[in-house]
Design a protein around this ligand. Structure first.
Ligand SMILES: [Zn+2]
Ligand SMILES: [Zn+2]
Length: 196
């Protein structure tokens, strides 16, 4: 099946997200912990929120030699920068994502039978964490990033962040006689004094 054996691009052993498993060896059951900082690759995330290229990712991984390859599991802690979907404020946050992937040895059953683009494969003694990390981060990102869960967004009249404004922020003061009545009634129609 030549389709299935399409050569991968060669891994760069100097790329910090490319791990060398020679120390681990290939005896099933052997294990090694990998705790290291690595700079984020370009384009990790989505348009509104993601990881700035070069920002430091903290990897805390366990490499385990199994029959079919190397099982990588653990967490990656990434710094997030983005923009709040409601108030456009800058978001500075951190995200910890779970990582788990089997990197198949060449010619293992997993290698030979796995889908071409869904199977992670070893390249010699090296494995590339980047695609795995990319999937984990993108999956964990919120669809609408928010600066805080209850962000009130922007005032439709002046465009200021409502959370930065006093609670009674409004653009035309309601008639004081109505204001007095507002406290006295539950009828929503009675509250229909234009606040803005
Ligand atoms: Zn916000
Ligand atoms: Zn306003």
């Amino acid at each position: 099946m030549p389709e299935n054996r399409k050569p991968q691009h060669r891994l760069d052993p100097h790329n910090p997200l490319v791990l060398d498993t020679r120390e681990l060896g290939r005896r099933p059951g052997s294990m090694r912990m990998v705790r290291l900082p690595a700079p984020a690759p370009v384009g990790l995330g989505e348009q509104l929120i993601g990881v700035t290229a070069g920002a430091e990712i903290e990897l805390d991984l366990r490499l385990e030699s199994v029959m079919e390859g190397v099982l990588v599991s653990g967490t990656a802690d990434v710094p997030l920068t983005g923009e709040c979907g409601r108030c456009l404020d800058t978001i500075d946050d951190r995200l910890t994502v779970e990582v788990q992937e089997l990197f198949a040895y060449a010619d293992s059953t997993t290698d030979l039978t796995g889908e071409d683009d869904e199977t992670a494969r070893m390249q010699g003694d090296f494995l590339d964490l980047e695609p795995v990390l990319r999937d984990a981060v993108v999956l964990a990102l919120p669809l609408t990033p928010l600066c805080q869960q209850d962000c009130a967004g922007l005032c439709v009249d002046c465009g200021e962040r409502l959370d930065d404004l006093p609670e009674d922020h409004a653009h035309s003061t309601p008639d004081p006689r109505w204001a007095a009545l507002q406290g006295l009634t539950d009828d929503p129609n009675a509250l229909n004094t234009e606040e803005h």
